[in-house]
Design a binder for this molecule. Structure first.
Ligand code: GCW
Length: 664
């Protein structure tokens, strides 16, 4: 049947291999559950749905097994894995899933289904697993009227106009999908927040969503508008040190909890890109966060305060802004505050060095913010598998406590003993039938959840797993598809922003406009980032330039400081390089740029060829959808290549090497 992509990685296709199907059939004759809760009931329901579909036979749910082996037993036990963790064991011919919390049983059930969807031997399922991060969240940038900021898969999933009376069944599928990969929190509205979400009318709508999500172990959070006491409450100020303002937040928070008892907390974008914040009143980010923390503390709610800040100053270096504003506030935040740091000191670029804030706020839990939606990665057209981006950041060594002080050990709390840990993904979901626009972008949602649970997983393992669950179990095709996925990010970087070239800032964040230099803000022009001139290209962040490299430990900056040793992927992030300078590749800068732009665009042809080769085992509807997107991606890769090459040539005054075809 034509697959519309709706079922994501929860397809549970009938197992065609009769040997596998027969062994599974012997092992799964019943599902026994003694407890009773919404989450546990969802766990058994999922197991029943999945197994019935895969094996083509009904599987009863029982309280106590009538036969004593060949089934699944779900148990809650105080000795089970801690927190949200679970264990799966084989005991007297049964598969036993144990956890100390209902949610753990749900995660264990999904883990078992994942195992079987990959057709692996039952006895190999034995595992004990606990998440490395406590708050594994999606951040939706959804606006109340329906559009999603930087969203490319339709409009918001949340139908505010029909909530709370009508509760779309799709909310349940959304929650299932998240729970299946361990996500346990969701912020339903944009960080550029409308104050409307704090009105009783909207809190009731949000409560209807929370009612669905909690049955899958997911807590609901809201982004707040910092000036709400003024705009909504009618107060004269929103100064966080004003007693009336503090009282307003305390009352508002109480009201929210009276409607949503397990509400998660607030996400805040303040004094960033024109949003209001504590600095409007001469107060600090800590003053603002602590005011909200005070209101949330009685309910164990958390404040997630974003560190995405920068000033419209043509002489400043935006790269340094978050560190400059936040590092000195370390130790000043209340216990229930997390500071959420974006991946990249600038803004989710196709390849950025890790933020120097990681490691430099040992007394403040730092959360990681990844972007799943492809704002700078070709929207829903280009196929870019993001796990390598996330991994590159998580594996980066900050050296703050010597070798091995990776970003991951900071985010998971192990390096600095954070009390709270958080990883967020800016969601790429929308109302499109297949959730993410490009069906291949489902893998980015999937990979995010899997890495938030366990950041030691490899992008390759996740790619193979996702492919088998979602597309095909044919081994050769699984390899061909994961090959595309694993190379896709580097290919994109090569035709889009090679060698650490920073992405020009233009309105849509889609089209190549390196020449775009008119804007309301000096730091929203292209030249601010790429710094092309007659001498060369790139942003000097060494001592002769902005000296941003000083924000890193010497062990890190040492290799980056020196243009000779700086790895090529980061070169133009840190150096202004003369056009004729010879690089470690043996080519000079200009030739190397041409080489990357041309081979990058060319590699999309390779992606197309690989994809054509797997047609026989992929659902035709999905296959042709992706084929179309790849054709567009190829045309646009050439568009990017030519725009950059022709523009940069006006500075370099050098010929395009004769081996490449002339720009179109
Ligand atoms: O890069 C910018 C995006 C904005 C976004 C902002 C942020 C939600 O272009 O659309 O606003 O980042 O992360 O706050």
């Amino acid at each position: 049947s034509a697959d519309d992509g709706y079922r994501l990685w929860l397809k549970y296709d009938r197992i065609q291999n009769t040997t596998i199907s027969a062994t599974y059939s012997k092992s799964f004759n019943f599902i026994a559950l003694s407890g009773n809760s919404d989450i546990l009931n969802n766990a058994v329901k999922e197991l029943q749905t999945g197994l019935t579909a895969m094996l083509g036979k009904p599987i009863p749910i029982v309280k106590t097994p009538v036969i004593n082996q060949g089934g699944i037993i779900l148990t809650i036990s105080a000795n089970g894995a801690s927190g949200d963790g679970y264990s799966i064991q084989m005991q007297s011919g049964n598969t036993v899933i144990t956890a100390s919390k209902d949610a753990g049983v749900l995660y264990g059930s999904f883990a078992l289904l994942r195992h079987l969807q990959q057709h692996l031997p039952v006895e190999k399922v034995v595992v004990q697993s606990s998440p490395k991060i406590q708050l594994r969240m999606l951040n939706h940038w959804d606006n109340p009227e329906g559009p999603i900021e930087r969203g490319y898969a339709g409009s918001s999933l949340w139908k505010w106009y029909e909530l709370p009376e009508t509760v779309d069944p799709r909310y349940t599928d959304y929650a299932r999908a998240n729970a299946s990969i361990g996500i346990n929190g969701t912020v339903v509205n944009n960080v550029n927040a409308s104050a409307r979400f704090l009105t009783a009318e909207y809190v009731h709508k949000v409560a209807a969503l929370a009612g669905v999500f909690r049955k899958f172990g997911i807590k609901t959070y809201l982004s707040i508008h910092f000036a709400a006491p003024k705009t909504l409450g009618g107060l004269k100020t929103s100064d966080p040190l004003d007693p009336e303002v503090r009282k307003w937040w305390i009352e508002k928070t109480k009201e929210i909890y009276s409607i949503i008892p397990d509400f998660g907390g607030f996400l805040v974008k303040a004094n960033s890109e024109g949003e209001p914040g504590p600095q409007d009143y001469g107060r600090t980010h800590a003053d603002g966060a602590n005011m909200l923390a005070e209101a949330l503390a009685p309910f164990n709610g958390v404040v997630i305060w974003r560190a995405f800040v920068y000033k419209a100053d043509p002489n400043a270096d935006r790269f340094k802004a978050a560190y400059d504003e936040f590092a000195t506030l370390d130790g000043k935040f209340a216990k229930n505050v997390i500071v959420q740091v974006k991946n990249g000191p600038i803004d989710f670029q196709p390849r950025e060095p890790f933020s120097p804030l990681f490691g430099n706020m040992p007394r403040t839990p730092l959360g990681m913010e990844f972007q799943l939606t492809q704002e700078y990665l070709g929207f829903a057209t280009h196929w870019v598998y993001e796990a390598p981006i996330f991994k590159e950041c998580l594996d980066a060594d900050t050296y703050v406590k010597g070798k091995g002080s990776t970003v991951a050990t900071i985010v998971d709390g192990s390096l600095h003993n954070y009390r709270l840990t958080c990883m967020a993904g800016v969601a790429n979901t929308g109302s499109d039938r297949n959730w993410t626009g490009n069906p291949m972008a489902q893998a980015n949602w999937y990979a995010f959840g899997r890495l938030a649970w366990d950041h030691t997983l490899s992008p390759e393992a996740i790619a193979r797993e996702w492919t088998q669950l979602t597309l095909t179990t044919e081994p050769k095709h699984v390899s061909a598809i994961s090959d595309i996925m694993l190379r896709s990010r580097d290919i994109y970087v090569d035709y889009n922003t090679p060698l650490g070239l920073s992405r020009p800032w233009t309105g849509s964040h889609y089209a190549p406009e390196p020449w775009q230099n008119r804007s309301s803000r000096p730091d929203w022009t292209a030249i601010y980032y790429h710094r092309a001139d007659s001498l060369g290209l790139g942003f000097d962040r060494t001592a002769t330039g902005s000296n941003a490299l000083l924000q890193y430990r010497p062990e890190v900056s040492r290799t980056w400081l020196n243009a000779e040793t700086c790895p090529l992927p980061y070169l133009l992030w840190f150096h202004h390089i003369p056009w004729s300078q010879k690089l470690s590749s043996g080519r000079n800068l200009w030739d190397e740029l041409c080489h990357r732009f041309y081979t990058g665009a060319d590699s999309v042809l390779w992606m197309q060829k690989q994809w054509a080769g797997v047609a026989s085992s992929i659902d035709p509807a999905i296959h042709s959808d992706v084929t179309g997107r790849l054709a567009k991606q190829y045309n646009e890769a050439i568009w990017w290549r030519d725009a950059w090459v022709l523009y940069l040539q006006t500075f370099s005054k050098k010929p395009i090497p004769a081996i490449y075809p002339k720009p179109e």
